[in-house]
Ligand binder design. Structure first.
Ligand code: BGC
Length: 531
């Protein structure tokens, strides 16, 4: 080899080494960045851990807070609101064969007559309407009751999107919109049907925000939740606001029952199955209600109910305990929310927030690494990842996770992320959902524990004697009904906490359209008992 040849060979070797070094360097940097992405997820996972021991502490904290909230107003973050609903419908009754009408052994023998008068008040045939208002949609319903014991003969539901700007409009605009929606529905339904022209109709009004009740049919809004901020409503009687709007719009209707969505769900759940002792909503927001003995309603100062019990709206979205696994993402979400330091439990478990928590973690990953490419701007936009999209990514069972790829392309304008990165995204969704579902189940068992229905503690807090009773918890809304992994985690957690044998006695039962139909049933019952 001549000199020239040697020079060329040396030159080539140098270039090759430089390229190799660059490649190795790039690979090393990429590994480093991948490592940082994984570290973000691992840190998040650790912060969200819900081992059974911790869940049991949440169970106990929930029960303790319930006592505190029942003892005095402001005694706990749990408002434990009285609903004035002391009777629940029971559709399983067969009056002819069961003249004793001893129907609701809800809380054991001592309370066997708890709702013994409830069927005597629900004997109202006819048409009842309901308006169900709680989040992004408003439902209008019509139910027809008939026959002995007022069976539901049929019902019709329509769903209307609430324009986003309405959530921060004025009281008049807000109530006008919903009363017009109702009016149009009533007109469509009654078109051609022989109705007594000026007859006033009874309405079940499901208003799913914290309300301090003045009676079964009236109550004052304590605060808005779920991003609503309609001016001038806090502190006002919402039934009156609606009735004024209905009369402005020429609709001859009266609010017969004002109920929270949990209470409507409990009413319909109990109509189907008399072992139903509580109801839980896990949708945009979250909440629970249950049947409490009147002597436990300490703050009501001796208020007597016909049945010896009353449904209590816990407003558990505002529950807080130091045992809840809170991460830096939860803290940041809360700091930037319009209701800081409020609805802490809701911000960890409900549909309004789950996608947003996942989005925050994904954004952090994008900041720490390049696994989502150079431009991940859209991941920095608050609430761009809605929970249904997060659930769709989580439940993507295609081998190449194509739903995750599609959502990244369409929603975040991030094309072609690697399969490895897509798998990490699914892991983030899993951590968010698993924590939420496990905490929800812990909340449910806490509530059952308070009323001696967890199979472990008796009514007075001691050990239960005899066989545990079957306790049905009516559940409504999308997180449980449409998100199968969420549902599976919830069911699995009940067993983790209670053990297989006791868990069999706790039944989570989906009650469709319960919040609306239940409200109409309660309006019918109230109308009947007031006549
Ligand atoms: C409200 C509750 C409601 C729940 C579910 C919460 O934000 O405060 O009243 O029951 O959402 O809709």
């Amino acid at each position: 080899m001549g000199r020239v040849g040697l020079g060329v060979a040396v030159g080539c070797a140098v270039v090759t080494c430089a390229i190799a070094a660059a490649l190795v360097g790039r690979r090393a940097r990429s590994w480093l960045r991948w490592g940082r992405a994984v570290a973000v997820v691992e840190g998040f996972e650790e912060g969200c851990a819900t081992p059974v021991g911790r869940l049991r502490q949440v169970v106990d904290a929930m029960a303790v807070e319930m006592y505190a909230g029942l003892a005095s107003d402001g005694g706990s973050k749990l408002k434990m609101l009285l609903t004035f609903v002391d009777t629940l419908p029971d559709g399983c009754r067969d009056l002819e064969n069961d003249p004793a009408v001893e129907i609701s052994p809800l809380l054991g023998k001592t309370f066997q007559m708890l709702f013994s008068n409830l069927n005597s008040v629900l004997d109202e045939d006819g048409i009842y309407y309901a308006l169900d208002l709680g989040a992004t949609v408003c439902r209008v319903l019509r139910i027809q009751l008939g026959g002995r014991g007022s069976k539901i003969i049929n019902h019709k539901v329509e769903q209307h999107q609430i324009p986003q700007e309405l959530a921060s409009s004025t009281s008049e605009e807000f109530f006008d919109f919903i009363s017009l929606t109702l009016q149009e529905f009533v007109e469509r339904e009654e078109n051609g049907i022989n109705q007594v022209p000026d007859e006033r109709k009874e309405l079940g009004f499901t208003f799913s925000f914290p309300v301090r009740h003045l009676s079964i049919s009236s109550g004052v809004l304590i605060k808005w939740t779920k991003g609503f901020a309609v001016e001038d409503v806090v502190g006002k009687d919402v039934s009156q606001c609606l009735e004024e709007a209905m009369s402005r719009n020429g609709l001859n209707m009266r609010v017969g029952a004002l109920v929270n969505d949990t209470v409507g769900t409990l009413a319909l759940g109990h109509y189907y199955d008399k072992d139903t002792v509580a109801a839980v909503i896990i949708g945009t927001g979250t909440n629970a209600c249950y049947v409490e003995r009147s002597d436990a309603l300490i703050k009501s100062q001796g208020l007597l109910t016909n049945s010896g019990g009353m449904v209590v709206n816990m407003e558990w979205g505002n529950f807080w305990s130091a045992h809840l696994p809170k991460t830096s993402y939860d803290i940041a979400l809360d700091d930037e929310s319009s209701n800081r330091n409020e609805q802490g439990f809701e911000k960890m478990i409900s549909g309004m927030y789950l996608g947003e928590i996942a989005r925050r973690v994904l954004h952090r990953i994008a900041e720490e690494s390049d696994i989502f490419g150079e431009s991940a701007y859209y991941l920095s936009v608050p609430f761009i990842l809605r929970t249904p999209l997060m659930a769709a990514m989580h439940e993507d069972d295609s081998p190449d996770l194509r739903e995750v790829r599609r959502i990244f392309e369409e929603q975040f304008q991030i094309p072609g992320i690697s399969l490895k990165a897509r798998m990490l995204v699914v892991r983030v969704c899993d951590v968010v959902t698993r924590r939420a579902a496990r905490l929800t189940s812990a909340g449910i068992i806490g509530m059952l524990k308070k009323i001696g229905r967890d199979g472990i503690s008796g009514v007075a807090g001691g050990r239960a004697k005899g066989k545990p009773k079957r306790s049905v918890v009516a559940i409504e809304r999308g997180l449980y009904t449409n998100y199968s992994i969420f549902r599976e985690y919830m069911n699995e957690t009940i067993t983790d906490i209670l053990g297989e044998e006791l868990a069999q006695h706790v039944v989570l039962r989906v009650v469709e359209d319960g919040s609306g139909i239940g409200a109409a049933l309660l309006a019918a019952a109230t109308y009947s008992s007031n006549r």
